[in-house]
Design a protein around this ligand. Structure first.
Ligand code: FRU
Length: 513
């Protein structure tokens, strides 16, 4: 006991990298399947084999593999000394857990960041024709913090020449020193094709700062965006990327996570649409305009994969499915934290009221899907699957309203109400099972239905989450729940002014079998 305390202190003060030889943890990585069937374990979502996870980090596609690194405390099921956990996937549906990629060092623990494939070897880390993967992350020095200093966050890099399996930290770290600002973190780097240079978006207090670099080692400050965003918290985990709209125009999107400041309280992610010239991001919408990526309580710190081949019309996104209000209190004990389903984001220009980022679940989810079953009557019970997808096509009018009630045999329930006359979507999880771990968990979650009619509603329901998509991702709403068993009973009720064209459900198989 006493020893453990001393080790904790050494880790916190940056004197010892933690856990390289922890037996229990190795067992979990050797036989992850034994760990993936506990109560409340997501069956179609990524979660760590054991212990704590928050933000997704280092999202990069390389040599046929999607890499997912994540904020990880391998010692406990609460936030603690951060490492980068690691997993890979070939299809973004099935995941293989890999050993921890980055351990704390003398500069601090390893906070959020990104990874790129340095195809032109600008960093010089590559040799023998091998393309280096370069991770760019924040070192957080708990030692400095505990001394009362404010310059405890700096940016560092590490590289891998073996497809992300092992990493070497750059000897010249940190590559960006702290200028005397307490919140200075979460570097997200992209290759800016037009000028053949790297661009970093960095969360700095209440704004996003942009830096540029020829080689990932030397960085120059370019500009700030969003200073004064009035949200009462800090900016975290920005992501800047180009995207071609559905009507063929080149735009730039900036994702910004805010904590607190989300529409339903706690942490959430908003976005700006605009232009970027290699130096400055200029938003088309005023900074105050609220464009939220997801209206639910539980989609935070999400970012997009780099180096994905394609024609630039979409981005692949994943978020952390929790909220800092109660993330450390949710009632799973052996592990805590899961991610959203990976989503494809597009910039939709088909509506009169301007562009919006629409997100839908990636098509490869079909790999784990059973056959569609039509819901003929008003209710349906889905059997023999740990998760499912529900799809409703409908014709609505401005005065329609309808409800979807999800429940189980012990009457845990979640009610989702679409009220077009009030222009309001709401989800009530107050009777969804375990809810008493935080007072805000029972509060109704709402989103404005400001765009008129609804023609499609889709739900992805797993053991502990409900992801809702309205009109092909125009509204996304992600919420976690802790029912005794899957909410596998579906009933739909509606007013007269609405026609259900089709309602169908299909089971989704576990990704861990
Ligand atoms: C966001 C965040 C980041 C930080 C990380 C620490 O959830 O607070 O800003 O890098 O988590 O774990």
């Amino acid at each position: 006991m006493k020893n453990k305390f001393i080790i904790q202190l050494l880790i916190i003060f940056g004197l010892l990298p933690c856990c390289e030889n922890n037996e229990n943890i190795s067992e979990a990585y050797r036989n992850p399947k034994n760990f993936m069937n506990e109560k409340w374990r997501p069956q179609i979502h990524f979660s760590p084999v054991t212990k704590w996870m928050n933000d997704p980090n280092g999202l990069v596609y390389f040599n046929g593999e999607f890499h997912l690194f994540y904020q990880h405390n391998p010692q406990g099921s609460v936030w603690g000394p951060m490492h980068w956990g690691h997993a890979i996937s070939k299809d973004l549906v099935h995941w293989q857990h890999l050993p921890i990629a980055l351990y704390p060092d003398s500069l601090g623990t390893i906070f959020s960041g990104s990874a790129v494939a340095d195809i032109f070897n600008t960093s010089g880390f590559g040799h023998d024709g091998k393309i280096p993967l370069v991770a760019i992350y924040t070192n957080h020095s708990h030692k400095k913090e505990s001394h009362g200093d404010i310059d405890f966050q700096t940016q560092s890099i590490a590289y891998s020449l073996d497809n992300g399996r092992s990493w070497t930290k750059y000897k010249g770290n940190p590559v960006i020193k702290n200028p005397g600002i307490k919140d200075f973190r979460d570097p997200k780097v992209i290759w800016y094709e037009a000028e053949e240079k790297w661009i970093m978006a960095l969360a700095v207090k209440d704004r996003v700062s942009f830096y540029s670099s020829p080689d990932l080692k030397h960085w120059t400050f370019e500009s700030d965006f969003g200073s004064g965003i009035d949200h009462g918290g800090v900016v975290e985990c920005p992501d800047l990327f180009p995207i071609k709209t559905t009507d063929g125009i080149e735009k730039w999107v900036l994702l910004v996570s805010l904590n607190p400041g989300a529409p339903n309280g706690g942490s959430g992610t908003k976005y700006y649409i605009g232009d970027f010239d290699g130096k400055e991001f200029v938003s088309d919408n005023p900074v105050e305009k609220e464009l939220w990526l997801d209206y639910g309580k539980d989609n935070y710190a999400g970012v997009t994969w780099s180096n994905v081949p394609g024609n630039g019309t979409s981005r692949l996104f994943i978020g952390w499915m929790s909220n800092w209000e109660y993330a450390t209190l949710v009632p799973t004990e052996k592990w805590r934290g899961a991610n959203t389903l990976p989503r494809q984001l597009i910039l939709d220009g088909s509506q009169e009221d301007g562009y919006f980022l629409a997100g839908t679940v990636i098509d490869s989810i079909n790999k784990i899907a059973g056959n569609w079953e039509y819901i003929d009557g008003k209710s349906h019970v889905l059997k023999a699957f740990p998760a499912y997808q529900l799809k409703i096509d409908l014709e609505s009018s401005d005065s329609s309203s309808f409800k979807i009630l999800l429940s189980n045999s012990v009457n845990n329930q979640v009610e989702i109400t679409f009220d077009l006359s009030q222009g309001m979507l709401s989800l009530d999880r107050s009777k969804s099972g375990k809810v008493d771990f935080h007072k805000s968990f029972s509060q109704r979650v709402t989103a404005p239905l400001y765009f008129g009619k609804i023609h499609r509603v889709e739900l992805f329901v797993d053991q502990t989450s409900i992801e809702l998509f309205v009109n092909n991702g125009r509204i996304q709403m992600t919420n976690i729940v802790f029912p005794e068993t899957l909410l596998n009973q579906i009933s739909i009720s509606k007013t007269d002014h609405i026609k259900i064209v089709s309602a169908k459900v299909r089971g989704l198989k576990s990704i861990w079998n």
